[in-house]
Design a protein around this ligand. Structure first.
Ligand code: ZN
Length: 115
């Protein structure tokens, strides 16, 4: 069973299995990937500004103007974003998406709501 397993806590790729658990050498987190039905400490659940749980492929609406780091453009509040992908980035961004006119970008779920 070769999987692209990464640490759900820190995103480290050098994780290793230990029996039914996986271990992360970076942060010491251990978890059971089979245990998807039961939320564990450190499990990532992505919720929008209203507390709705988001899933891959959802469409969301940006709720406020967002400055793009390193760019002059701004994502306007009210912009619709289709087909989001949930990610677990270290910098707090947890949604990957593409916005027309802007391109591929990462957003924070607290600045969107489910469309
Ligand atoms: Zn880790």
């Amino acid at each position: 069973m070769e999987a692209d397993m990464t640490c759900p806590q820190c995103g480290c790729e050098h994780v290793y299995p230990d029996g039914s658990l996986w271990n992360c050498p970076e942060c010491g987190f251990e978890w059971n990937p089979e245990d998807a039905g039961t939320p564990t400490d450190g499990a990532v659940e992505v919720r929008d500004a209203n507390g709705n749980v988001l899933a891959d492929g959802d469409s969301v609406t940006v709720i406020k103007d967002l400055k793009i780091k390193g760019a002059s453009s701004v994502i306007k509040g009210g912009t619709k974003v289709r087909g989001i992908r949930l990610i677990d980035a270290m910098d707090g961004h947890n949604i990957a998406c593409k916005i027309s006119g802007v391109g591929a970008i990462n957003l924070k779920s607290e600045f969107v709501k489910k469309a």
